[in-house]
Design a protein around this ligand. Structure first.
Ligand SMILES: [Zn+2]
Ligand SMILES: [Zn+2]
Length: 417
């Protein structure tokens, strides 16, 4: 009995050892064949989530923050990823002892988001940036995972944001590292004015670089086209905003502000947005409702017996029809339930929530023929004459309005003068 529990204890200890070194792919929540982009994006999200500044006093979060940066470092470098895939944690440990680099998790964080790797403690923050992204009505209806590109200022990867080709940064000899110089102006004999100006030798940074990084020319940052993935929820409101925390321009001098994306509805583009030629992309949206104008001929509006198949934005068909004898007045508006926009919900269409839809309003426009074959015209005319004679109503006579213009009696009289 005692032996058995000792064995259990041993097994437990071994299990714990294994658990200690959590799988890097699991840490980042990605799968084994994730690409670079997925690894980066997982790090971006998780490092912000577990950053100690955002979770003060939470040791678990702090541990996760370190774990996430370790996992990112191991998997973002193709060589170390290969070693890790083959030999696991042990393999990486040996490589590190052999002189592999190991970064401070805050350094790594600052390479992504700028600043000194911290959110607080007087760390200045960059401006928020607003971008408009055009989304077609069809994508608002169906929801879509897409991406957009913008020219983002990034910390130069070549020099890790130092601006120096060899890693050497010197204190400016002109200003002694203060970034400012005091200049004395003589106003009059014996009278001086002291003016503080930005040091022009170092541009106010207090540091100079002999060998400038060729990638950023010593600027420490570069502007590069950057892809951002964008998820448009089903039924997202027009002009709704998506906030990407700390994803605006990065700089070693400040922590990046937020990138704010506004989803603007763009004009439908017949070629690119409508390969299947659906009517739906030309619907007009107001809130959760959609609007459409359907044209009927005089015969259809009057006599009935017609069908229209509208193809909605996801390809399903909305059937509009009238039986023989059912009249549609010009300008009539028909409300079709549940054929409007999906009504946005946090849970989307899931086990927790079934998507509701707004209405589709169809306005009927009736077009009268302005030309008729003469034989047809004659036949119609005679039918009208026949039925007018029998039961015809004269709307003009019934209205009681006068036949001739009402003329002022006074004016009819001859002018007496
Ligand atoms: Zn200087
Ligand atoms: Zn550089």
């Amino acid at each position: 009995m005692l032996l058995q529990s000792a064995a259990w204890l041993l097994l437990f200890a071994v299990l714990q050892l294994v658990l200690c070194a959590e799988d890097y792919y699991k840490v980042l929540g990605i799968d084994k064949n994730a690409n670079d982009k997925q690894i980066k994006s997982a790090y971006r999200q998780l490092s912000k989530k577990f950053h100690p500044d955002k979770n003060p006093g939470d040791d678990t979060a702090q541990g996760k923050f370190v774990e996430v940066s370790e996992a990112y470092e191991a998997l973002s470098d193709p060589e170390s990823r290969k070693i890790y895939d083959q030999y696991g944690h042990e393999g990486l440990k040996q490589r590190q002892q052999g002189g592999g680099q190991h970064h401070d998790p805050f350094d790594l964080f600052s390479r992504f988001f700028g600043g000194g790797g911290h959110y607080q403690r007087g760390q200045p923050r960059g401006h928020n940036l607003e971008i408009k992204v055009g989304i077609s009505l069809r994508d608002f209806y169906n929801g879509r995972e897409t991406e957009f590109q913008w020219e983002k200022q990034q910390i130069c990867e070549e020099c890790d944001g130092t601006g120096s080709a060899d890693g050497h940064v010197d204190t400016c000899g002109h200003c002694g590292g203060h970034g400012v110089r005091i200049i004395k102006h003589q106003l009059a004999p014996g009278m001086f004015q002291q003016v503080q100006t930005q040091c022009d030798a170092c541009g106010g940074r207090g540091k100079t670089i002999k060998h400038k990084c060729p990638a950023c020319s010593g600027n420490r940052v570069v502007r590069k086209p950057t892809l951002v993935s964008l998820k448009v929820d089903r039924g997202a409101a027009r002009d709704s905003k998506i906030v990407y925390e700390n994803e605006a321009d990065a700089s070693p001098d400040y922590i990046a502000g937020d990138l704010i994306v506004t989803l603007v509805e763009k004009e439908p583009d017949m070629e690119n947005d409508n390969p299947e030629h659906v009517d739906g992309i030309f619907f007009r949206r107001k809130g959760n409702d959609l609007f459409w104008r359907e044209v009927l001929s005089l015969r259809e509006a009057w006599m009935g017996d017609w069908t229209r198949n509208l193809t909605h934005m996801d390809g399903h068909v909305v059937r509009l029809s009238r039986k023989r004898g059912e009249v549609v007045q010009p300008g009539h508006v028909e409300a079709v339930e549940n054929e409007g926009m999906p009504i946005w919900d946090e849970d989307g269409d899931s086990v927790y929530h079934k998507t509701q839809f707004g209405k589709l309003y169809v306005e009927y426009v009736v077009v009268l023929p302005d030309q008729m074959e003469s034989g047809m015209e004659k036949e119609f005319w005679s039918i009208w004459q026949k039925w007018r004679g029998k039961i015809g109503v004269d709307l003009h006579k019934d209205s009681g309005r006068p036949d001739a213009p009402i003329s002022d009696q006074g004016q009819e009289k001859k002018d007496e003068l």
